[in-house]
Ligand binder design. Structure first.
Ligand SMILES: *Cc1c(COP(=O)(O)O)cnc(C)c1O
Length: 374
């Protein structure tokens, strides 16, 4: 069998036709019909009043944080196990990311750890719906309300995931999405901010486009950014958005296949889905039990040799050089799960035969490894 990647985009004639139309229209930069339509349809899909395209998910996060007026000395609480962009965007504003531990079941930010990390300098919390599972929003919103904190949902991995029957992104002050090539839908590079707050929307829109005055062209009142998406990318995004329900159904089906062929194998755990949450299984995840005979990295190497690609879980950001402060407590759950977790192939193009093949190989490796052990 040929090499199976962890993730590849699904691009059909629809996407190609849409992009060609955008190119032929001449509107190749950030003005154009596709930008307007993509924003409208995306807001509709998530269920928020406003949506604003950006150049990528990191700039969407940065803009959302700038909208809150964060400054040097402010603190923003983020989960320790996430993609580094969540923390970096906080740093761009001059504020400090404060890393807290994760829930051992959902792998999302742990509300109790958030509560403990709040100080007089805390301004916001960024829950990340990691690998497609919603964070514990009820508890987080309660804590935020009690302490007058903003909440920005990082939905980069969870387009269409539901929490108590509502799509993530519209549950708090702002929601932020990414359309990188491996996300649920893609624009190549791209991002989106969604919100119900008109002031937030207006300010983000203003900052995104060099903070130009509404009344006078080329007159600027702030230091703004160029965080714009192009009309050509939006054309791709719009075509992808039309297929999002199919993508999510397929992701959920792929997970069911893994569960069927691997689910009750001893010593491993797959993604969870909590009551009241709908996981979109952006990534199918496998976590080895503690002190398993084979290490995560060994298993990954052996799978690679059989033509199966995998990715390690994100490493705790608090352990990386630029964020590592000696006095900081270690987030032990994040550290432990990060060491034992990996992402398995889960492109929407996969079929059950391929998933069976992958599961078979995993079982072979794990059985052999255990047999060798005295
Ligand atoms: C992908 C991702 C981002 C950033 O998105 P880019 O479009 O790559 O800038 C932010 N947060 C999380 C959790 C992500 O997975």
């Amino acid at each position: 069998m040929k090499f199976i990647p962890v993730s590849e985009p699904s691009i059909t004639q629809n996407e190609i036709a849409s992009v060609v139309k955008a190119l032929k229209s001449g509107w190749v930069s950030s003005l154009g019909e596709y930008i307007i339509q993509f924003e409208q349809r995306f807001a509709q899909y998530i269920g928020t009043r406003y949506a604003l395209t950006t150049s990528n998910g990191t700039t969407a996060l940065h803009l959302a944080l700038q909208v809150l007026g964060l400054r040097q000395g402010d603190e923003v609480i983020v989960p320790d196990m996430t993609f580094v962009a969540t923390a970096n965007a906080v740093s761009y504003t001059g504020a400090k990311p404060v890393f807290v531990d994760i829930d051992p079941e959902t792998w999302c930010i742990d509300p109790q750890s958030v509560q403990k990390a709040i100080t007089s300098r805390t301004k916001a919390i960024i829950p990340v719906h990691i690998y497609g599972h919603p964070a514990h929003m009820d508890q987080l919103l309660k804590i935020a309300h009690r302490h007058h904190l903003y909440v920005i949902e990082d939905c980069a991995e969870a387009h269409g995931a539901e929490y108590q029957r509502k799509r993530v992104g519209g549950l708090a002050d702002m929601g932020v999405f990414s359309f990188y090539g491996n996300k649920i839908i893609t624009t190549g590079e791209g991002g989106m901010i969604v919100t119900n707050n008109l002031q937030f929307y207006k300010k983000a829109k203003f900052l995104k486009d060099q903070a130009m005055s509404d009344h006078r062209r080329y007159w600027h009142t702030n230091i703004g950014y160029n965080y714009r998406m192009t009309n050509v990318q939006a054309a791709l995004g719009l075509a992808q958005l039309r297929r999002i329900r199919t993508f999510i159904q397929k992701k959920r089906m792929i997970f069911q296949w893994y569960k069927k062929w691997l689910g009750d194998f001893e010593g491993i755990k797959l993604n969870s889905e909590q009551n009241g949450s709908q996981n979109v299984y952006w990534m199918v995840c496998l976590v080895l039990e503690k002190n398993f005979w084979i290490s995560r990295d060994q298993l990954m190497r052996k799978l690679k040799a059989k033509g199966i690609d995998t990715r390690p879980f994100f490493y705790p950001i608090s352990q990386m050089k630029m964020y590592n402060k000696k006095s900081k407590p270690i987030n032990s759950i994040a550290r432990s799960i990060s060491q034992r977790g990996m992402n398995l192939p889960c492109s929407v193009n996969l079929n059950e035969q391929q998933v069976m093949f992958i599961c078979q190989k995993i079982k072979e490796i794990l059985t052999k490894a255990s047999r060798r052990k005295p």
